[in-house]
Design a protein around this ligand. Structure first.
Ligand SMILES: CC(=O)c1cc(-c2ccccn2)c2ncccn12
Length: 121
């Protein structure tokens, strides 16, 4: 039921859901919504050893795989970095990743993370 579902989410999870939603909203073209596959990106799985995308991050939040904000933060930067490794600088994907990373830097700045823990703790 609705309320009991809500209560299942720990304070950390609520914080992670919030950060995830805020960051995903910035991906207006949806380039980072789902795993990149080799059909749309030839050779992707040979070049990128640790793929990451917003849907995988959401799954990790819901399955309580993130025990700290730092783990969530590193997955977010992994996702952006992968796009800046695979795609050439002049591509729309590289530019979108760079912009998304800049938003993430602000939202996930260490001092912001600390104040979030203060808020949770
Ligand atoms: C994130 C990324 O590297 C990416 C997303 C996509 C993408 C994602 C959704 C729809 C279309 N393209 C993509 N296509 C070709 C090469 C790279 N990409």
């Amino acid at each position: 039921v609705g309320l009991s579902k809500e209560l299942e989410l720990s304070p950390l999870q609520l914080c992670l859901e919030n950060l995830h939603r805020t960051l995903q909203r910035k991906d207006t073209q949806g380039f980072f919504a789902y795993p990149v596959n080799d059909t749309i990106a030839p050779g992707y799985s040979n070049i990128i050893t640790h793929p990451m995308d917003f849907s995988s991050m959401k799954y990790k939040i819901d399955s309580k795989e993130y025990h700290t904000l730092e783990k969530f933060r590193s997955d977010f930067f992994l996702m952006c970095n992968n796009a800046m490794v695979y795609n050439a600088p002049e591509t729309i994907y590289y530019k979108a990743a760079k912009k998304l990373m800049q938003s993430g830097c602000k939202l996930l700045a260490p001092d912001k993370i600390i104040s979030m823990y203060r808020g949770i703790g």
